[in-house]
Design a protein around this ligand. Structure first.
Ligand SMILES: Nc1ncnc2c1ncn2[C@@H]1O[C@H](COP(=O)(O)OP(=O)(O)OP(=O)(O)O)[C@@H](O)[C@H]1O
Length: 243
């Protein structure tokens, strides 16, 4: 808890959508500093919209606070400058740029050049595959390497909150498992708070401390990852197979 005795990320009565399409209907959740929080739910439930709402990409009604500081109503750039890095579904890497150029784009808010160089090393430490390809165009990377690059680029912001949207999308099971292992080490070593939206509920619950199930824009169930895993409805709907 911070000085205001409030969770690190606090979301209250959050409503969001696209024009007349209302997607989130009064979402509330709290995430402690250094925690990994998984968001599960069926297609179209609003998981991606929730992450977009947290990082200022869609207009919201309600409150989002990070360490007591309001995020709601700020631009994506202002939210990024407060330490929120978003890795969107589909990764959003710049295909014609090299790996290292993509990583440097992630540090666009920063002036401390020497520290940026140190952070490149830090990212290559987590993702040795990227170091081997630092001068290669992002468009020529495998899907798994592109996802690593997207997460690496987010790390270049030195985020306090990392938002990951479907990191496993389109990846082979082995690559996905490796990726989640790296996310867990980033969280452990840097105490970065993580909110991860993930279809692969087994993997997400393996690394998360707490989880929420989002259904038709509302939180249907919240609890520790162990409680959510033990829930019969969750088991039937989301835990069909393990990779
Ligand atoms: N740009 C947009 N304009 C209008 N409606 C949108 C837009 N993006 C998403 N939606 C709608 O908002 C609803 C929630 O979509 P969202 O992508 O947030 O769900 P999701 O839970 O992430 O689903 P998925 O698992 O399929 O990615 C869906 O009905 C979707 O059609």
């Amino acid at each position: 808890m911070n000085a205001k005795d409030e969770a690190f990320l606090k979301v209250e009565d959050l409503h969001a959508g696209y024009g007349d399409v209302r997607v989130l209907h009064g979402v509330g959740l709290s995430v402690g500093q250094g925690e990994i929080c998984a968001i599960l739910g069926p297609n179209g439930a609003g998981k991606t919209t929730l992450l977009r709402a947290l990082c200022g990409m869609v207009r919201v009604r309600g409150a989002v606070r990070l360490d007591g500081v309001p995020l709601s109503g700020r631009s994506p750039d202002a939210v990024a400058r407060l330490g929120v890095a978003h890795v969107p579904e589909g990764r959003g890497t710049f295909m014609p740029l090299t790996v290292e150029e993509n990583l440097r784009v992630g540090a666009y808010t920063r002036r401390d050049r020497a520290a940026v160089r140190d952070d490149l090393e830090r990212v290559y430490g987590y993702f040795p595959a990227l170091r081997k390809r630092l001068r290669q165009q992002a468009g020529s990377l495998s899907g798994g390497e592109q996802q690593m690059l997207a997460i690496g680029r987010a790390l270049m912001l030195r985020p306090r909150l990392l938002l990951l949207d479907e990191p496993s999308l389109g990846l082979a099971p082995m690559v996905t498992r490796e990726l989640f292992g790296i996310v867990a080490s980033i969280n452990r070593e840097e105490r970065t708070t993580v909110v991860v939206v993930e279809q692969n509920a087994h993997l997400a619950l393996d690394v998360a401390g707490q989880a929420h199930v989002l259904e038709t824009g509302r939180i249907a169930l919240s609890g520790s990852a162990a409680d959510i895993r033990a829930d019969e409805q969750v088991a039937q709907s989301y835990l069909g197979y393990r990779i």
